[in-house]
Design a protein around this ligand. Sequence first.
Ligand SMILES: [Zn+2]
Ligand SMILES: [Zn+2]
Length: 585
Amino acid sequence: MNELDTMRHSCAHVMAAAVQEMFPDAQFGFGPPIEDGFYYDFELPRQLSPDDFKEIEQRMRRLAKSADHFEYKEIDGKSAIELFTSMNQTYKVEAINNLVSSGEPISLYKSGPFLDLCRGPHVGTTKQIGHFKILSVAGAYWLGDENNPQLQRLYATSFPTKDELTTHLARLEEARRRDHRILAKQLDLFSTNTDVGAGLILWHPKGGVLREIIENYWREEHRKHNYDIVFTPHIGRKKLWDISGHTQWYQDGLFPEMELENQSFINKPMNCPFHVQIFDSQTRSYRDLPLRYGELGTVYRFERSGVLHGALRVRGFTQDDAHIFCRHDQFAKEVGGALDIAYKMLGTFGFTDLKLIVSVRDENRDKKYVGSDEMWTLAEQGLIDALTEKNIEYQRVEGEAAFYGPKIDVMVEDAIGRQWQLSTIQVDFNLPERFDIDYEDSDGSRRRPVMVHRALLGSIERFTAILIEHFAGAFPVWLAPVQAVLIPIADRHIEYCNEVALKLASHGIRIHVDDRGERMNRKIRDAQKQKVPYMLIAGDRDVEANNVSVRLRNGEDIGAITPSVFAQTVQQVSIDRSESYGFGH
Ligand SMILES: [Zn+2]
Ligand SMILES: [Zn+2]
């Protein structure tokens, strides 16, 4: 445990002590440090709510002030079980039983009146637990197993200085404000529900527009780079993934088999075997290569309901997948080409701070790798050459390569400094071998192609969630599901607004007339809440001059202009996929 984790974990003990004061019958689970904080699991006589946090914190402060030492004690398993049984701590007894069977000594830590089963280490006294804050409470199954009782998990954090805590809380608040699950609901983009099944996304009309734009852009870029677009089914015979090895490695991640006419089918967890079949549907010559098959392919993978998270982690998602079949002398160039598309597209979406990680074999070759040493050296060097040639900086990580080939991962930084892994480009010597595919070389011999797997946005679902959080729902004009709302000042301006809307829609502008019987200010406020880039307001003077008064989402007034000037400007910023509103803003 590092210093910060030790401090946070000690703080968890003090939090547990405070909870014990409030609820003498409390039962305790575990309380480890986690990224950015810590938690503790409790079974309590009643549900905790955020109203309780203040009291717990006050008690924690008092316990901290008393500066009790964290005292270490080691006892034998039998005594430990007796001790915690007498304290009526059933979860701790279960935990000790597990430790006893593994033969570990039982170590305890006591601070003030609070005694805990714990391996440590801890800070010296309860005074050294930093500046803390309780953040949330959530249900958590004992040992993460849904067949076990559900406990209450209290999340909290602590930092050495007050400034660090304040900065962290502000960041959390900002992340909450951008939470894609809340914004997706507020902006009516997509939803999930338990009747459909957890982790399966329903795209609503506005989310559908956003998705269509992203996908069309993706297709456009890939066509430009000579990819062929293919379509493959959502299910297929299980034997395909037996050959590819997925049923072996990803068994836990697969949806169960379906038996039909004595054949076994599964929902596809990956698109690769289908693309291999397309390659193999003809005899291929060295002149045909490279072949680049792109597909926005929806795959299904089982994830425990506990780890599902909005559209970031789901059970059905659409990879922006492609497989390149090429000769050994071609793949470095192909990797470079895929990187070009990644840089172009990610940059267009507003991600300009990119980090590259190249994963290669471990130095001692301890792990098992498919393919000859020579091939690997060539592949690793090929990736690095591709990056060097493009003058791209990268971090080289040994031992992180898949057993079938090295890879490049691209990380982006979002608007509030969080890192997301988006693109993956992977060289593969294994699948061509497993599926026994080949091409005819110039000398007439049969040779294995190399496969490059690559997804640049990752998945459309996850990428959309990241975009929502990156832009806090305020998409640039080209991505905005509704680009403009027309607001009549009075009912007598509705007809004019409808005429203008028709004209703008014919120019491809996504527009909506707000003809509700609400006041204008309310309509403006609602359009701002919907994060619509432009509000076009029409009153007597506008109707007379055949104008609209343009106001931007950020509150700035552009003034009165003709609908056709408006249309031209919006079309231009959309074609440019610009982050600007046009009109010099
Ligand atoms: Zn501890
Ligand atoms: Zn693949």
